[in-house]
Design a protein around this ligand. Structure first.
Ligand SMILES: Nc1ncnc2c1ncn2[C@@H]1O[C@H](COP(=O)(O)OP(=O)(O)OP(=O)(O)O)[C@@H](O)[C@H]1O
Ligand SMILES: [Mg+2]
Length: 484
């Protein structure tokens, strides 16, 4: 059965175009023209992934994202953002979006992101699997890296896997905390039992309580049947509590009890239940500060921190970058049944210099995009450079309107540039960077269209005259540089 995708956009032309592209790629599609309708459609159709516009009247894409994730934290949501709004895209990722695509984008790019989202959904949907037929062993992603830090990590994982103590995995977003948790479970004596995961940041306190501990029928309005919580469902296995720093004081107390005694009650029940669950927790904050500021119970912190694991940011293990990139390119190639794309040495150098605020996840996204967008088997530095921007009031990311095959008609290109309010420039530095990005983008596109200025200007959304003036200026600058 084909996976169902929910497409949300207030503009019909955009909805139709995205829907048609996805249908051609074999997905079933349902659409909605605003956030409210989208929530209804999501409830009715239970899509495998959602792709939504960011800017919409009334409920915008970010609010929709929050609402959807509150109901179903494992539902991947992809945001469509406008040209030049890199800060919006970053905000979306920080709020838990699966990925974003910048308009105008290619059909290929869209299909690739949606395929990944669906695959991710399949991998993380353990609970469904459990409810409909028992435990299943998920494919454990491999932990790639040869740096001293990664070797030390492998050792630590090996040491904690056999224990039943609680592990607190700390690290910035995208450093691989979940992969580490899955690896620990896969090497533990519980490996044949289920591992479940709850994102503590995605649910309100009361929803989280019922998600963790379950509820009796009639426990609150809407509780029309008994529901087991994750602690009960994970009995004999492992429970991953993601973003543990976000739980409320009431739940902190309940959690402490279940960690100490293995006991709890369902919401609305006085019967005490006992379970044998190993808890792994992740945090991207330093919990010691949360303890110091009174937001997190000290006793719970000590209880969780029995076996601490600290994941270093990617910028502190640059020697892993080429290996990871190769790994991600090979994974895409295997999925698509072709030879892996390769990175030009200068492209590798660029990747090694970048500080990676989104860590390994950001590197993975960039490798996957580059893999689809490159026209040859080789990824050149000018393809990836526009994506390597640190968030903040600096240069915006430029979309890359190129793909393989016939000349592309980027989706969303005709849309009014409602997101074109570029971030303010800062006094120094970024002005040059912006021009370099622009130049790389223009040269790449021009090359793609074999020097045809009309097509290049159209794809980039600028006038042919403007393009001509820019090319003339760069040519003159080059001549000056050569004669100097
Ligand atoms: N060492 C690694 N080797 C291979 N893939 C990795 C590695 N580290 C991370 N990844 C990949 O990077 C992505 C992000 O990893 P993961 O979800 O584990 O990060 P995280 O720290 O849990 O992030 P967040 O804090 O945002 O939840 C995943 O797709 C994961 O498979
Ligand atoms: Mg995570």
């Amino acid at each position: 059965m084909s996976s169902k995708i929910l497409v949300v956009d207030d503009k019909q032309i955009m909805r139709d175009s995205v829907a048609a592209t996805l249908q051609r790629a074999g997905f079933a599609v349902v659409t909605a023209s605003d956030g409210k309708a989208a929530l209804k459609q999501a409830g009715k159709h239970r899509p495998a992934a959602v792709i939504t516009d960011l800017r919409m009247p009334e409920m915008d894409g970010l609010s929709l994202l929050t609402e959807l994730r509150a109901v179903d934290p494992s539902l991947p949501v992809v945001l469509m953002t406008a040209y030049g709004t890199v800060s919006d895209a970053v905000a979306a990722m920080q709020q838990g979006a699966f990925d974003f695509v910048q308009k105008p984008f290619e059909g290929d790019q869209l299909v690739m992101v949606v395929r990944r989202a669906v695959q991710h959904r399949e991998l993380t949907n353990e609970n469904e699997a459990l409810r409909t037929g028992g435990a299943r062993t998920d494919a454990v992603p491999s932990l790639v890296g040869k740096s001293t830090e990664m070797r030390r990590l492998a050792q630590q994982i090996h040491q904690v896997a056999n224990s039943s103590g609680t592990v607190l995995i700390a690290g910035e977003s995208g450093t691989g905390k979940e992969v580490v948790a899955r690896t620990i479970h896969a090497h533990s004596p519980r490996r044949d039992n289920v591992m479940l995961c709850v994102n503590c940041a995605a649910l309100s306190s009361s929803l989280l309580e019922s998600e963790l501990f379950g509820h009796e029928r009639g426990a609150f309005t809407g509780a029309d049947q008994l529901r087991k919580g994750r602690f009960e469902l994970a009995d004999g296995g492992t429970l991953l509590l993601d973003e543990i720093s976000e739980i409320s004081p009431t739940l902190q107390a309940k959690l402490l009890r279940v960690l100490q005694e293995g006991q709890f009650e369902r919401v609305g029940s006085s019967t005490t239940l006992s379970v044998d669950v190993r808890v792994l927790a992740t945090t991207n904050r330093d919990l010691r500060f949360s303890v110091a500021s009174g937001q997190f119970r000290q006793d719970l912190y000590y209880r969780l921190n029995v076996l601490p694991i600290e994941l270093p940011p990617l910028r502190d293990r640059t020697e892993d970058i080429p290996l990871l990139a190769e790994h991600f390119l090979a994974t895409v190639a295997m999925r698509e049944g072709r030879e892996p794309r390769r990175l030009e040495p200068q492209a590798v150098a660029l990747l090694k210099e970048y500080p990676w605020p989104g860590n390994v996840r950001e590197l993975q996204n960039i490798c996957e995009r580059a893999s689809v967008l490159t026209r040859s088997g080789l990824i050149k530095p000018d393809l990836i450079q526009p994506w390597l921007q640190t968030p903040g009031p600096s240069a915006p990311t430029t979309p890359v309107p190129v793909s393989q095959g016939h000349a592309p008609t980027p989706i969303g290109h005709a849309a009014p540039p409602h997101g074109q309010e570029l971030p303010p420039r800062v006094a120094e530095g970024p002005v040059r960077a912006l021009e370099e990005v622009e130049r790389a983008q223009i040269m790449y596109t021009l090359n793609y269209f074999s020097g045809n200025r009309q097509k290049t200007a159209k794809a980039l959304g600028i006038g042919v005259r403007t393009l001509g003036l820019k090319l003339k200026k760069w040519k003159e600058q080059q001549l000056i540089a050569q004669s100097a």
